[in-house]
Ligand binder design. Structure first.
Ligand code: FES
Ligand SMILES: [Fe+2]
Length: 402
């Protein structure tokens, strides 16, 4: 149970909030790249479903979001309305959606050789936010040297477009094999916009008792999954590993701060006996919405690329639909915002308490003007996070894969 004030501190994402400042210490993916290497997909459900949100409003799941095709795209990230675009020389830019002249939306801007031009009077800005042109002003005017627009750095990695919205020098992009390793096959999926605050989605990653109940009944592996696991948590400077034990079947996941979850990928099953790992990235949109991206990586083994069996289904979305619908219903209906002043936490919620404590430590570090744990810099930041060292799935890797 939290006080209303603590709940606010841990959940607000805007630029003037404490949690928002902590989140701005990290890079976030904001869209699928428009020119990725390897396959990409939009989460396509067999049948979009409706669920009854509180207070009984029917809401559909599977909303298309952040599909960037190179044309200017309006995005809301960490409570800020921005436009993502690619200029005619191929460079990406991300800037305030409102033109500083008279506020027109740059979503309808026109990409130029360099930068993006406002459609109203043609003020043109480059990806550092400098004004390059004001075609309507007198030729000898130097007014354009006095006007800038808010702009953030943008990079591409692992089929996703990333931004860093903090102040000061940007840290390194996450070095996680799923998005950064060379070779193998990589599949990037857009897992849609969830009408939920980032924290309740991330809490689900350390709450692994739910897997035995929410996902247990009716599962194709109900004999294993419906056992309620013994759960334990191992924190380090960069995140929390959650261990679930069911008899001799062990499964671990790893939450990498602030919002990434690394998983051993049980799908696709069948005869595909090859290691595969995935990462789900959660990007806070505003206090009540979060974007999810899913990247699966099937690595090379002994220098060999995976032999994908004939008819193997990628992307995996169809195969995880049931799991996903179950998590979605459970998480989204917790509320917007979740009222944590009335919750009743039990012994098996220790992971949730640990997570909130670690987030609060990060927020406190930022308040003191320090860099929080988990920010990647220097030699430590260059080290690749190898999924196999953090996530396991003892059964799925052996008999279930046969
Ligand atoms: S409103 Fe953008 S140039 Fe005038
Ligand atoms: Fe789940």
């Amino acid at each position: 149970m939290l006080s209303a004030e603590e709940n606010d501190i841990l959940t607000k994402v805007g630029p003037d909030s404490d949690c928002g400042r902590w989140l701005r210490s990290f890079w976030f993916p904001i869209a699928l790249s428009d020119n990725p290497v390897g396959p990409t997909a939009q989460l396509q459900l067999d049948e979009p479903f409706l669920y009854n949100d509180r207070p009984g409003t029917a809401t559909s799941f599977g909303q298309k979001a952040a599909t960037f095709e190179g044309n200017p795209l309006a995005v809301r990230i960490l409570g800020e309305d921005l436009v993502l675009y690619r200029d005619l020389s191929g460079d990406l830019g991300l800037m305030d959606i409102n033109c500083p002249h008279r506020n027109s939306s740059l979503e309808y801007g026109r990409p130029r050789e360099r930068g993006l031009a406002c459609p109203y009077h043609g003020w043109t800005f480059d990806n550092a936010g400098e004004c390059l042109a004001m075609p309507g002003e007198p030729k000898n005017s130097n007014f354009k040297n006095k006007v800038t627009i808010k702009a953030y750095p943008v990079r591409e990695q692992g089929g996703l477009i990333w931004t860093y919205m903090g102040s000061g020098e940007a840290p390194m992009l996450p070095q996680i094999d799923v998005i950064a390793a060379r070779g193998g096959v990589r599949i990037v999926e857009n897992f849609c916009l969830w009408p939920a605050n980032w924290l309740q989605i991330v809490e689900n990653s350390v709450d692994q008792v739910h897997t035995g109940i929410l996902h247990g009944e009716g599962s194709t592996r109900a004999d294993v999954w419906s056992q309620i696991p013994e759960v334990d948590w191992h924190p380090d400077d960069f995140g929390i590993q959650t261990v679930q034990i069911r008899g001799d079947y062990g499964r671990t996941n790893y939450l990498r701060f602030p919002t990434t979850i690394l998983l051993n990928q049980p799908w696709p099953g069948g005869k595909f006996n090859w290691p595969r790992y995935s990462a789900i990235f959660r990007t806070p949109v505003d206090d009540n919405h979060t974007l999810l991206f899913h990247v699966t990586h099937v690595p090379e083994v002994n220098g060999k690329s995976p032999e994908l069996p004939e008819g193997m289904e990628f992307p995996a979305a169809g195969q995880v639909q049931t799991l996903f619908e179950q998590d979605y219903r459970a998480i989204v209906t917790q509320g917007r915002p979740v009222d944590r002043t009335i919750e009743r936490l039990g012994v098996t919620d220790r992971g949730i308490i640990l997570l909130r404590k670690m987030v609060m430590e990060g927020i406190d570090a930022v308040r003191r003007g320090e860099e929080p744990k988990g920010v990647l810099r220097g030699a430590e930041g260059e080290q690749m996070l190898v999924s196999a060292e953090k996530v396991t799935d003892a059964l799925m890797n052996t008999e279930a894969a046969e």
